[in-house]
Design a protein around this ligand. Structure first.
Ligand code: HEM
Ligand SMILES: [Ca+2]
Length: 789
C-alpha cells in the first residue's frame, strides 16, 4: 500500500489547512429515479424503506426503487433499517477492503498516541498557567454560552473528562495508524477497521459495558443502561451519537472539512450567518410558542453535547481577551475552533470583535471499541425518559429527591412550589438577594425563563401524581411511589410527544410513513425492534432539531387581565429566571406560550439569538446561527446536498434553486453548492406537506423519533412480553388521554390561567381547538384509581 508521510500534527487539529493529498471527492449515486407501482421488486434480503432509513453509502450500486407501505417512494435496502455502518456480513464495501491490524503496528501506534496525549495535557497546563486570556472571562456572553455545557458536579466533570480523553487517545491512534498504513479517508468513513481493541494495548481506553443482572427489571435505569440486553450500553449517557451518514473530516478522522471546490477553507460561519440570516418578524399563527418551548425542553431530555474544558472545568478561550482576534495556534488549546468575525461585520465590528469563542465538543469511544473517526459524546440519556426532570445519573437524581412519599424537592416560595434553588454559584448570571437560580435534571434549565417554567411544570406534575398515589396506596414506601410516578410522568411525556407535538410539527403524512402514531384505546404496541439503536443521531442534534432556533420570538410578551403588561427582551431572562418569583409570572408565561404565535421556520432568526444571546448586560452577545454552523463542522456533518440525496431529493446543482435573492447571497459565502452547511440548507427549504419543516429536516427528525420509539424496550405502550414495566390495558387507556393542556391546568397557580385550548401547540380558538375551562372534560383527566394496588 502507498504510505502517506503527511504530518498533520495535533497543533493543526481544529483549524483548516489545505492538504492536497487529503482532499477527495465523495461520489454518491445520482438522485433516485422513482419507479412507480413496483411493490415487491426488492429481493428477499431487502426491505423497501423510506430513503432516510437506508443511508446512501450502503445502498446497492444498482439501487432498486420501490414503494413503501404508505405508498411513498422508497429504496430496497439490504442492510435493514438503522444500519449506518456497512453490513458486517460482507468483507467489502464499494471496493474498499477491511483493514488488517498488525499487533506490532498497533503496539507502536498505542505508544505514539499515549505520548501525544501526554504532551497535550502538558500543553494545557502551560496554557492555563501562562496566559491571562486562556479562560473565558466570567460575565461575558461567551461565558453564558459555556453554561450550556455546564456539568453537574466535580464527579460529573471527572467522568466526562476521563471518557473524553480515552476517546481522544483512540482518535490519535487512528490517525497514527492511518498514516503508517496508508489508509484512505473512505476506508475510515466506511468503518473498515473493525479490529476489537479490547484485547490490545489500547484496550484500557475502551468503555466498560454496564452489568445487567436481570433482564426483567420493572423500571428503567436512571442512566438508561440495560434497555437492550444485547447492547446494554445503547442509549446511555456519555456514549457517542449515531449517524445517518459517515462524517466528513478533512483527514477522515477529526479535522474539520474544507471546501469541495478546491480544498480551500470554508467561509467563516459568522460571515454566512450575517449574510443569510435576517431578523424579520414573520409570525406563524397556526402554531403557538409552545411548539418552540416544548421542543427545546424535549431536546434537552435527549441530547447535550459538551464543550471541551480545561481539566479543572474552566472555560477554554480561543480569542484574545479583548475579542479582537483569535489566539495563535501555538498558544491555544487543541480543541479551539474560534469563529472568525470579518472586519466588515454589520454588528460585531462596532465593538471591535474579530473572534467569537468556539470550543470543540468532547468525544466518546465507540461502544464496540474500534479504531475510527471521532464520535461526539451525548452527555444525557438518549431515551425520552424524563432525564431533564430526574437527571441522567444517580447523583443528580438523589439530590433532586425529597425521599418523602416519592416526591421531588421543591423550594416553597410564599406557598408556591418552585424548583429547588441550586447551590452552584456559577449557574446563573447573578446570585444577588431576591434572585433565584434553580436546579432540575438538566443543567441548562435556567437558560430561558420559559424553559424553566416547563421544568417547574413537570416537577409539580410529578409531585401531584406522587401525592395521589400515596393516598391510594398508603402502604407504598417512598421508593415505590417515586419509581411508579416517574414511570407515569415519562409515559405522559411520550404521549404528549407522539400524540400532540410530533403530529403538529411533522404533519400526518410523516406520522404514517414513519410509523410514529401511538396505538389507541387499551391496545399494546408491538413495534419494538431490538435491532434498532435508539441513540441520538448526530445530524439530528447538530443540525436538524436546531430548526427550533428559527421559531424563537425575541420578545416575550406578558399579559395582564386585559392588556399587555410587559415585553421582555429574552436576552434579559437568559440564565436569569428570578422573575419566576413574582406570583403571577408562572401562569403568565404559560398563557403566552399557549396563545402567541411562533416565528416561522425560515432564514429569519431573532437578533436576540444572533446578536444578543447571553449578553448578560453587555452591549453584545454571541450568535447562535454561527455557532450552529460551526458545530456542524466540528461534528463532521456532511454538506446539505448529501442529506438531500439521503432523503430522496435531487442534489442542488445551482444556488438559484433557493430563489434568486437567497441564491445570490449564498453564492457569496459558499464556493460550491456542495459546501452548504446542513443547518443552513435545511432551514431554507420550503415547508413540506403538512410539516412546519422542509423535507430534509422533516425526515431526519421523523427518523429520530421513530428510533426513539421502536428502539426503546420501555416505551410506555409496549406489551408485557417486551416491556418489563408494562402498564395494564386500563392504565394505557388513561395515559393516552394525557395532554399538555391538562398538565398545565392541573399545575398552574390558578390566578390568571383558567382556560386552555385542548391542543396547546395549535392556534387556539379555531374549530376543534376552542378555549375551554380547565375543569372541562374536553381536556380529560387521567384517573389514577387504576394504580391502586
Ligand atoms: C429559547 C431559546 C433558545 C436558546 C437561547 C437556545 C440556545 C442554544 C445554545 C446556546 C445551544 C448550544 C449550541 C452549541 O454550542 O452548539 C443550543 C443547542 C441546541 N438547541 Fe437551542 N436554544 C433555544 C431554543 C431551542 C429550541 C426551541 C430548540 C428545538 C425545538 C432547540 C434545539 C437545540 C438543539 C437540538 C441543540 C443541540 C443540543 C446538544 O446536543 O448539545 N433550541 N441551543
Ligand atoms: Ca433522556
Amino acid at each position: 500500500a502507498h504510505i502517506q508521510h503527511n504530518s498533520i500534527t495535533i497543533s493543526q487539529l481544529g483549524h483548516h489547512k489545505h492538504v492536497k493529498s487529503h482532499h477527495h471527492h465523495h461520489e454518491f449515486t445520482p438522485a433516485p429515479h422513482i419507479v412507480r407501482g413496483h411493490k415487491d421488486i426488492c429481493s428477499q434480503e431487502a426491505d423497501c424503506v423510506i430513503p432516510v432509513q437506508c443511508p446512501a453509502h450502503v445502498r446497492d450500486e444498482a439501487k432498486l426503487h420501490c414503494k413503501t407501505l404508505s405508498g411513498r417512494a422508497g429504496v430496497c435496502c439490504t442492510t435493514g433499517q438503522n444500519h449506518t455502518e456497512f453490513s458486517s456480513g460482507s468483507k467489502k464495501s464499494r471496493g474498499n477492503h477491511l483493514v488488517n491490524v498488525d499487533p506490532l503496528v498497533l503496539g507502536a501506534v498505542t505508544r505514539h498516541s499515549r505520548v501525544e496525549l501526554h504532551e497535550l495535557h502538558l500543553r494545557e497546563v502551560r496554557i492555563l498557567s501562562r496566559s491571562r486570556s486562556a479562560i473565558v472571562p466570567f460575565g461575558s456572553a461567551g461565558y453564558g454560552h459555556f453554561r450550556n455545557s455546564r456539568l453537574y458536579s466535580m464527579n460529573d466533570l471527572a467522568d466526562v473528562m476521563s471518557i473524553a480523553n480515552r476517546a481522544l487517545e483512540i482518535a490519535l491512534a487512528t490517525r497514527a495508524f492511518k498514516n503508517r498504513q496508508g489508509i484512505s479517508n473512505e476506508q475510515i468513513e466506511y468503518g473498515m477497521i473493525q479490529e476489537d481493541l479490547r484485547p490490545t494495548p489500547l484496550g484500557s481506553a475502551c468503555p466498560v459495558p454496564p452489568v445487567c443482572t436481570n433482564a426483567h427489571v420493572r423500571y428503567r435505569k436512571i442512566d438508561g443502561s440495560c434497555n437492550n440486553i444485547n447492547n446494554p450500553g445503547w442509549g446511555m449517557p456519555l456514549t457517542p451519537y449515531s449517524r445517518l451518514l459517515p462524517p466528513m473530516y478533512r483527514d477522515g478522522i477529526w479535522i474539520p472539512r474544507v471546501s469541495e471546490d478546491q480544498g480551500q477553507p470554508l467561509y467563516s460561519a459568522r460571515l454566512i450567518s450575517s449574510t443569510i440570516f435576517v431578523d424579520n418578524d414573520v409570525p406563524n399563527y397556526d402554531y403557538t410558542l409552545m411548539l418552540m418551548q416544548f421542543g427545546q425542553f424535549l431536546s434537552h431530555d435527549i441530547t447535550q453535547s459538551i464543550d471541551t474544558s480545561f481539566a479543572n472545568g474552566s472555560a477554554i478561550s480561543c480569542c484574545t481577551e479583548d475579542g479582537n482576534q483569535e489566539i495563535p495556534h501555538e498558544f491555544r488549546h487543541y480543541a479551539c475552533m474560534p469563529i472568525l468575525i470579518p472586519p466588515k461585520d454589520p454588528f460585531f465590528s462596532k465593538f471591535k470583535q474579530g473572534c467569537m469563542n468556539f470550543v470543540r465538543s468532547v468525544l466518546a469511544p465507540r461502544l464496540d471499541c474500534t479504531l475510527g473517526y471521532a464520535q461526539q459524546m451525548n452527555k444525557v440519556s438518549h431515551f425520552i425518559d424524563g432525564s431533564a426532570i430526574y437527571g441522567s445519573n444517580t447523583e443528580q437524581t438523589r439530590d433532586l429527591r425529597s425521599f418523602v412519599n416519592g416526591r421531588l424537592r421543591t423550594f416553597n416560595d410564599f406557598g408556591r412550589d418552585l424548583l429547588p434553588l441550586t447551590e452552584d454559584e456559577d449557574a446563573c448570571i447573578t446570585t444577588e438577594q431576591g434572585s433565584a437560580c434553580f436546579s432540575a435534571g438538566d443543567t441548562r434549565l435556567n437558560q430561558m425563563v420559559s424553559l424553566t417554567v416547563l421544568h417547574t411544570l413537570f416537577m409539580r406534575e410529578h409531585n401531584r401524581i406522587a401525592n395521589e398515589l400515596a393516598q391510594l396506596n398508603p402502604y407504598w414506601k417512598d421508593e415505590q411511589i417515586f419509581l411508579e410516578t416517574r414511570q407515569i410522568v415519562t409515559a405522559e411525556l411520550q404521549v404528549i410527544t407522539y400524540n400532540e407535538y410530533l403530529p403538529t410539527l411533522l404533519g400526518e403524512n410523516a406520522m404514517k410513513d414513519f410509523g410514529l402514531s401511538l396505538e389507541t384505546g387499551d391496545a399494546y404496541s408491538y413495534d419494538y425492534d431490538q435491532r434498532i439503536n435508539p441513540s441520538i443521531i448526530n445530524e439530528f442534534s447538530g443540525a436538524a432539531f436546531r430548526f427550533g432556533h428559527s421559531m424563537v420570538d425575541g420578545i416575550l410578551k406578558i399579559y395582564g387581565k386585559n392588556k399587555m403588561e410587559a415585553a421582555i427582551d429574552i436576552p434579559e431572562i437568559m440564565f436569569h429566571p428570578a422573575r419566576l418569583r413574582k406570583t403571577e409570572f408562572f401562569d403568565q408565561v404559560l398563557t403566552t406560550m399557549t396563545n402567541d404565535p411562533i416565528q416561522d421556520v425560515d432564514n429569519s432568526v431573532s437578533e436576540a439569538l444572533t446578536k444578543y444571546m447571553f449578553r448578560a448586560g453587555n452591549p453584545f452577545g454571541v450568535d447562535i446561527a454561527s455557532i450552529n454552523i460551526q458545530r456542524g463542522r466540528d461534528h463532521g456533518l456532511r454538506p446539505y446536498n448529501d442529506y438531500r440525496e439521503l432523503v430522496g431529493q435531487a442534489r442542488i446543482k445551482s444556488f438559484e434553486e433557493f430563489g434568486e435573492e437567497l441564491g445570490n447571497k449564498l453564492k457569496t459565502v459558499y464556493a460550491s453548492v456542495d459546501d452548504i452547511d446542513l443547518w443552513v440548507g435545511g432551514l431554507l427549504e420550503p415547508k413540506y406537506g403538512g410539516s412546519v419543516l422542509g423535507l430534509t429536516f422533516r425526515d431526519i427528525v421523523a427518523e429520530q423519533f421513530s428510533r426513539l420509539k421502536k428502539g426503546d424496550k420501555y416505551f410506555f405502550e409496549n406489551d408485557p412480553t417486551i416491556n418489563p414495566g408494562s402498564f395494564t390495558p386500563e392504565q394505557l387507556t388513561e395515559l393516552r388521554k394525557v395532554s399538555l393542556a391538562r398538565i398545565i391546568c392541573d399545575n398552574r397557580d390558578g390566578i390568571l390561567l383558567v382556560r386552555q385550548p385542548p391542543n396547546v401547540f395549535r392556534k387556539p380558538g379555531l374549530p376543534g381547538n376552542e378555549y375551554v375551562d380547565c375543569t372541562s372534560p374536553v381536556i380529560p383527566h387521567i384517573n389514577l384509581m387504576y394504580w391502586k394496588d
